[in-house]
Write a protein of this length. Structure first.
Length: 728
């Protein structure tokens, strides 16, 4: 049962009053599992070194532990091992002087990443492509359940920064380039994950990442500076975090890099003035990996590790992901004893941490919250996963109705993405980098296996078992001559964080070579793309008969892709980002007028929101319930959508808004509402959308959110309707 806020505050106050300074600072300390781990690899089913765990809890009073055991290879553990590990920690913490529980945090990025056999969903970029918040909600429900069945407490997900820098190797961890879509998908995920009561046995707290602006590095490399002006920050980057806070997320992880010269971990204005003062966040902030000390070692903002700790804590960091030693604990203790960090600031941070521990029921939990049976890797969860993958896949091109394929066609399947699960899952899959194909489940289907499972004609494969294996191009071409068509699967191998840095969005030359050799013989080609970023495929897409964009559809991606290729499922995914035409083509769809003025154009290979179906839809009859409204009023948009093709299908209706004239330049259009509907042939639905005043608002000259009276246009499909906002 959820405790009332007042009761929690009372208990936090009472507990805090009994805590020593050491116990308080311990709560602010988060360590990596390796700090309490046995050194040897042969650990049986409990890798904890008892002496080290006792030291962490009884001598350093640590508040939190993170990550999967690093022996061997930082990989997923069996669910039973996790339950033993977390039980051991729970029981040890219960024996400490005040019995304060440890909160165990894990990167359950697309499902419970670090538990063997967990249901691993499409990554966020692909979830965004579903335009289906209900599916996002369901993935939140299932992820929380599997995290809790593993005995774990806290999930470092979702990423609420928006993804508009395609080079950035974490683009796929975002919900794409649009603010409204990211809010909707992220908010739904959080609500599913946490429910109404985070203390419920099957619910768990989320963590909004990485506050704020981390996703927009100027040079595209991970953990490098962003240059975001205050207005852009407030218009594009803060809203996702605000939605996450409103959805109830009780923790926030901080930007590892810097914005406008101030590292995230030193930014008092962001961490305290805005996050707390303006956005009303009441939970706790956690640093990212080693980022407090990096204010000294990397950023040269602090002249010593000690000063780094002081700056970070005074800026608003409540918990430090140290994570390999007790330096933060020791330095902060010293800073507190000399009064350089006031105890009031420490009390504030610890109160926030304890509050979340009460809210999530940790004080009353004496064993793993959920039985594994019925709550882990269930058939129902796999079905949700399959549906998510099906709705995530985007049919970008389909000339002469190349797709769906005939089941009796003879098919050559080739390309480095054809026979690997890792290319469809990306990073944070079983291991941090997600690239250890040998560890992937044996019962999940690669694209090749899924095609083989459905095809009635001859299926031949030319390719390697690793992404980097050389493909025998000559053999592939010869085989292509003897088949009806080619399914060519290209893209990127998995990567996470800095490891995924690239200098160009161009596709690897060897892949282009393979593609061109295949095209040269003139057989029909279906180009399938997997990977976390839009790699440049313009020439190839022009020559392919069909193009299907998979991004990172997860463990059911192969099966779902085959469902779509053979027409057992009608595709309904839409692009959550603009797919660039060329390397330097990085204009988002909601660009300012200048970006499409005179010689400039928004001319991506595929625009935001693009995605075809095997049926056709018509949206028409756009009307507004009022043509004039007063400031502060809402408006209803009505539009009809009809399936005018021959197959049942799902269509997402996108409602865009433009503010005709304003004191700050406004985007040419901005998504403000959407709805996905399923329609049978000839079926028509009338949809109603409410545009609230926030939809018409922007950050004005004085950095405050305002609505300026004047004319607005609503755009749906090919239609536009206008309305006027009257002054008060
Ligand atoms: C990443 C975070 C992650 C943390 C803990 C960091 O390197 O930036 O996203 O939650 O590690 O694993």
């Amino acid at each position: 049962m959820a405790m009332k806020d007042g009761d929690i505050d009372e208990r936090v106050r009472a507990l805090l009053a009994r805590m020593t300074l050491e116990e308080k600072i311990g709560q602010m300390t988060q360590i990596d599992f390796s700090v309490i781990a046995l050194d040897n690899v042969q650990h049986g089913d409990n890798p904890i070194d008892r002496r080290k765990l006792d030291d962490a809890i009884f001598n350093h009073h640590i508040g939190s532990i993170l990550n999967t055991p690093s022996t061997p290879n930082n990989r997923a553990q069996p669910v039973a091992t996790w339950r033993k590990i977390t039980q051991d920690i729970r029981e040890t913490a219960a024996r400490s002087r005040l019995g304060i529980p440890v909160i165990y945090g894990i990167d359950a990025i697309h499902g419970a990443t670090y538990t063997e056999g967990a249901v691993l969903f499409p990554q966020a970029i692909s979830m965004a492509a579903t335009f289906n918040p209900e599916l996002s909600y369901q993935t939140g429900v299932i992820t929380a359940r599997e995290v809790k069945a593993s005995g774990l407490d806290w999930n470092f997900s979702p990423v609420m920064d928006i993804g508009r820098q395609p080079l950035w190797p974490r683009l796929w961890e975002t919900y794409g380039e649009d603010v409204h879509l990211a809010d909707a998908m992220g908010g739904a995920y959080i609500r599913g994950h946490q429910g109404d009561d985070m203390a419920a046995p099957d619910k768990a707290p989320t963590c909004l990442k990485h506050y704020v602006g981390y996703s927009y590095p100027l040079n595209g490399k991970d953990r490098t500076p962003a240059w975001i002006g205050e207005r852009a920050l407030r218009d594009y980057f803060l809203p996702g975090f605000q939605s996450g806070i409103l959805a109830g997320a009780p923790t926030v992880m901080v930007n590892s890099a810097e914005v406008d010269g101030i590292p995230g971990h030193a930014n008092h204005q962001y961490l305290t003035t805005i996050l707390r003062g303006e956005m009303g966040f009441k939970g706790f902030t956690v640093s990212d990996w080693q980022d407090v000390i990096r204010l000294y070692t990397r950023d040269k903002l602090a002249s010593s590790p000690r000063e780094a700790v002081k700056i970070a804590v005074m800026a608003g960091i409540d918990m430090s992901m140290v994570p390999f030693d007790y330096s933060f604990y020791e330095l902060l203790l010293d800073l507190a004893k000399t009064g350089e960090v006031p105890v009031s600031r420490i009390d504030e941070a610890v109160s926030r941490i304890l509050r979340v521990k009460y809210q999530t029921g940790l004080f009353d939990r004496h064993e793993a919250a959920l039985p594994v049976e019925g709550h882990f890797a269930t058939a129902g969860a796999a079905a949700v996963n399959r549906q998510a993958a099906r709705e995530a896949i985007i049919l970008a091109k389909n000339d002469h109705q190349m797709l769906p394929l005939r089941k009796d066609a003879s098919i050559l399947v080739t390309g480095p993405g054809a026979n690997l699960l890792s290319v469809m899952n990306g990073g944070w899959t079983i291991t941090w980098q997600g690239d250890d194909e040998a560890l992937y489940p044996k019962d999940k289907l690669t694209l090749l296996a899924a095609i083989r499972g459905k095809a009635q004609g001859r299926v031949t494969h030319v390719g390697g078992q690793r992404f980097t294996d050389e493909i025998d191009i000559e053999r592939a071409v010869n085989e292509a001559r003897h088949h009806d068509l080619v399914v060519l699967a290209l893209g990127e191998p998995p990567y996470t964080e800095t490891v995924g840095n690239i200098d160009t969005l161009a596709l690897a030359p060897v892949q282009v070579q393979l593609a061109k050799a295949i095209f040269a013989i003139g057989k029909p080609v279906v180009l399938v793309m997997f990977g976390g970023r839009p790699r440049i495929i313009t020439d190839l897409a022009e020559r392919a008969d069909a193009v299907v964009l998979g991004f990172l559809p997860g463990m059911e991606g192969g099966a779902a892709m085959a469902d779509i290729l053979f027409g057992d499922v009608n595709p309904s995914g839409k692009l959550p980002i603009s797919y660039p035409r060329a390397e330097g083509d990085i204009t988002p769809y909601d660009h300012k007028p200048q970006a499409a003025f005179e010689a400039n154009q928004y001319r991506p290979l595929y625009p935001f929101g693009h995605g075809l179906s095997y049926t056709r839809f018509e949206t028409q009859g756009l009307t507004l319930d009022k043509s004039r409204i007063h400031l502060g009023e809402s408006l209803t948009v009505n539009v009809k959508v009809k399936n005018i093709g021959e197959r049942v299908g799902k269509e997402t209706v996108l409602v865009y808004l433009n503010d005709a004239v304003a004191s700050v330049t406004r985007p040419v259009r901005q998504l403000q509402a959407f709805e996905k509907v399923e329609l049978k042939p000839d079926e028509q639905k009338t949809l109603h959308f409410t545009l609230k005043p926030e939809a018409m608002s922007f950050i004005g000259l004085d950095m405050k959110r305002i609505v300026e009276p004047g004319e607005f246009s609503v755009m749906v499909g090919n239609e536009t309707a206008t309305f006027t906002v009257l002054p008060d």
